[in-house]
Structure formats: C-alpha cells, structure tokens
Design a protein around this ligand. Structure first.
Ligand code: GLN
Length: 195
C-alpha cells in the first residue's frame, strides 16, 4: 500500500528526510507547511533543527493546534532530535510551548558542550539486525517515559529512541546517515495505521 508521508518544512534537516523517503518503495514524500498539506498525509516527520524556532513558527503559521489535534487523533508522527523535544509531554527546565503529546520527559542539549555532537554504531533489534549509525547533534535524551512507551534504545542509561503507539521519537538523526532502517520502520508504522 502506498502512503504519503509529510516532512514538516519549517526549519532544520528537511530535505535530508525527503531524500531518504524517496529511496523507499510505496512512499510519496511531501513537504508540509500548511494546514491544507496536513490533511493530505498519512504520516509526518518532525525534523531536527531548533525546537524553539520550529514551535514559534508553527504558531505563527497557525498550524500548531491543527497539528496537535491530528497527532492526538492518531496521525503517525516521528520526531527526530528537535522533533522529539516538540513531541515530549515535558521538557526539563523549560516552559516553551510545544506539542506535548508523547509521555516522555526530555532534556534539551543534554550531552553538554564536550559531547555536543558525536556518532556511534549501535544495534537496535526492534529496527534492524545490522548495526545502525546514530548521529547526535546537540541532542536531547529522555530521562523518563510512561509505562505505555516502548523503549527502543538506551545509550549510557539514557533513552534515545522510543515509541508510544503511533508516535516515534529519536534523539539522533537517521536522515544524516546512509542507513534507511529507521525510515523503513516509520513507513511500516504509517502503513499499519492506514489499514
Ligand atoms: N538542540 C536543539 C534543540 O534544542 C536540537 C538539535 C537538533 O535537532 N539537532 O532544539
């Protein structure tokens, strides 16, 4: 079954996600910048970038509330890095307006200056039996997650990939690597919910 997957095209690593989706069969990738575009997709990726800027522009464009409602109603969504921050119910030490739909608590820029950016190869059995390169750029991690959240990967004791029903969050950037397995996993999620 072919699915249409949008990438929120406001700020950040947008084209990188589109290029990855275009490499997969049965996927139509589209840029989402309006409420109209939001109505025509089966799933949505919230890319990495600057979460405060993305949240502000979402409100300026007046698509914040529609997006929040769509996700609450079951639109499959995947937040990478800043996208994970926007999805989290709670952001540590922050009162920024954000979507707050996923039952996790995140910490922004959680790796400090020294480890601001790094890359590591890890095996994540739920996603692939091959090691996956994980690229972290001023990344968050989740400190805690509610019982209904499936933890997909823990790195150094911190949650860096998780899923709650139709919502997926990764602290890292699969779109900046040659690996397609997370995109493939998200496409499957979207197909499941379209049934
Ligand atoms: N540090 C950014 C934020 O807090 C996220 C960085 C990223 O998306 N690569 O929004």
């Amino acid at each position: 079954m072919t699915v249409t997957i949008g990438v929120l095209g406001i700020q950040g690593a947008v084209t990188e996600h589109i290029k990855k989706l275009e490499q997969l069969p049965k996927v139509k990738a589209v840029l989402v910048k309006s409420i109209e575009a939001l109505q025509q997709i089966d799933g949505l990726i919230l890319p990495g970038g600057e979460s405060t800027a993305i949240a502000r522009i979402l409100q300026d464009f007046q698509i914040f509330e529609s997006l929040q409602k769509k996700i609450t109603a079951g639109l499959p969504v995947w937040g990478t890095c800043a996208g994970m921050i926007l999805l989290a119910k709670k952001i540590l030490d922050s009162d920024m307006t954000h979507l707050g739909v996923m039952h996790i608590t995140v910490k922004r820029n959680a790796y400090g200056r020294q480890l601001g950016s790094f890359s590591i190869l890890e095996t994540i059995p739920a996603i692939s039996d091959q090691p996956i390169p994980l690229v972290f750029i001023r990344a968050p991690f989740a400190l805690e997650a509610a019982d209904q959240v499936e933890i997909l990967h823990i790195l150094d004791g911190k949650i860096v990939a998780c899923r709650e029903q139709h919502m997926l969050a990764t602290a890292f950037h699969p779109e900046l690597t040659d690996d397609l397995s997370f995109h493939r996993y998200f496409v499957k999620m979207v197909q499941q919910y379209k049934l």
